[in-house]
Design a protein. Structure first.
Length: 182
């Protein structure tokens, strides 16, 4: 599985209805692509947005990246919608589900939960190679915590960490990354 981690900030003068229309069209197209698995948006308190998109394999995400309407909206996004963004296309190499009833990151952990507590930031900050940690909230209340590490030394600590019920954890290694503006 491939997980696309798309973090962005909007321009101050963004046309929200135009952005929402473009986003709705992109979801319509992406969800019809072979290999599409899921898509969800989140927002942080400081105004940063997070979109998590899952594809079955690298060929599927590459085909999405070349889709003509997607390419056109990417250019429009740089021109009209985004002040900055960061995209990490990550290969999922470990996923866990617990059911109860930054820069140059080589490891990205995505923790998702319907609860309001996505885990202790102090625990993440104490793990080897810690780079960054941020919480985002979706419209339905689901939260996602993106934690980035410089190397895979944190993997054992992530595996041993006692997370609360209803967690979904994806541990990924970025295959490529794009940052705007460059």
């Amino acid at each position: 599985m491939i997980v696309v981690v798309f973090r962005s900030r909007l321009r101050a003068d963004v046309d929200i209805p135009a952005l929402e229309a473009a986003a709705a069209r992109m979801f319509e197209l992406a969800s019809a692509m072979p290999g599409f698995v899921s898509y969800k948006d989140f927002a942080a308190e400081d105004g940063e947005f997070l979109s998590l998109v899952e594809f079955a394999d690298a060929a599927s995400v590459a085909a999405w990246g070349r889709h003509p309407e997607h390419v056109a909206v990417q250019e429009r996004g740089r021109r009209e919608f985004m002040s900055d963004y960061r995209i990490q296309v990550c290969m999922l190499f470990e996923a866990r589900a617990f059911a109860a009833g930054r820069e140059d990151a080589r490891i990205v952990a995505v923790l998702r939960t319907p609860q309001t507590d996505t885990g202790s930031p102090e625990a993440a900050r104490g793990m080897p190679g810690f780079l960054s940690d941020k919480v985002f909230t979706a419209a339905d209340g689901e939260q996602a915590r993106i934690v980035e590490f410089a190397d895979d030394a944190a993997l054992a600590a992530l595996r041993e960490h006692g997370f609360a019920p209803d967690y979904r954890i994806q541990i990924c290694a970025p295959l490529r990354e794009h940052v705007f503006p460059t």
